[in-house]
Design a protein around this ligand. Structure first.
Ligand SMILES: Nc1ncnc2c1ncn2[C@@H]1O[C@H](COP(=O)(O)OP(=O)(O)OP(=O)(O)O)[C@@H](O)[C@H]1O
Ligand SMILES: [Mg+2]
Length: 222
């Protein structure tokens, strides 16, 4: 199973979601490997280097762009789940990340530029999905609201705007919403996920995300 957290814009929460999903699925018993596709920042590798040896080991690997699809597929033979931490550009590489994935998750933060970037990614998603469909493959897509101001106004406004942007694309808006919480920014320094930390609300959010993703994994592998 190959899951990409991707977007055409920087800073939307790709790495935050990638590592938290990796920790959550690992704790559910899945053998998980993270592919850090953002060679410029290698944030996931830094996260893994900060992780205590006594915690579950989650490997982080880099895969060269040139043979990305072949190498990620080969890796997926050795693990239950590959989580790709995507890169923030509208580029061939973002196409490759979408092509190789079974599930893509697109984090969207509050704001007009964030919505425009999501619409840009939707073009990639829709065209890759069409091609995969013609070849007998499949692709599941999700959007998740991230870093949302606590309170219902921002969530409501963003929900309406994202649903409007989705239009008749089949990408789904996740029920899980990740609110703006300091713990999401604090935990990477310790190489942990928020479910390994003390903030109960953040923990519930990530548990809900992991459950939604696991449900889709089960549908796909059925
Ligand atoms: N829900 C949240 N609450 C608070 N801070 C958040 C949340 N999500 C992300 N952040 C913070 O926002 C910043 C950007 O997040 P992150 O690095 O995960 O984004 P990214 O999409 O991987 O960025 P890049 O495109 O640069 O790789 C980080 O400082 C992160 O800690
Ligand atoms: Mg990142």
């Amino acid at each position: 199973m190959i899951i990409a957290i991707t977007a055409t814009k920087g800073g939307t929460g790709k790495t935050t979601i990638a590592v938290n999903l990796a920790v959550g699925l690992t704790k559910k018993g899945y053998d998980v490997c993270i592919v850090d596709a953002d060679e410029g920042q290698i944030s996931c590798r830094h996260w893994a280097e900060c992780r205590d040896d006594e915690r579950e080991h989650i490997p982080v690997v880099q895969v060269p762009q040139k043979k990305f699809i072949r190498d990620v597929r080969a890796l997926s033979e050795r693990y239950d789940v590959i989580i790709i931490d995507g890169r923030p550009t509208k580029s061939d590489h973002n196409d490759r990340i979408t092509i190789v994935s079974d599930i893509v998750i697109v984090p969207v933060k509050y704001g007009l530029y964030e919505l425009r970037a999501f619409e840009n990614y939707l073009d990639i998603y829709d065209s890759v999905k069409d091609v995969k469909g013609e070849l007998g493959g499949r692709l599941s897509g999700f959007v998740i609201l991230n870093d949302i101001g606590v309170g219902q106004t921002t969530k409501r406004e963003m929900t309406e705007a994202v649903l409007d942007a989705i239009g008749d694309s089949d990408i789904k808006l996740m029920n899980t919403v990740l609110y703006h919480r300091k713990i999401y920014a604090d935990t990477p320094a310790d190489g942990i996920g928020v479910i390994e930390a003390k903030d109960k609300k953040a923990k519930l959010e990530i548990e809900s995300l992991v459950d939604e993703v696991e449900k889709e994994i089960l549908v796909i592998t059925e």
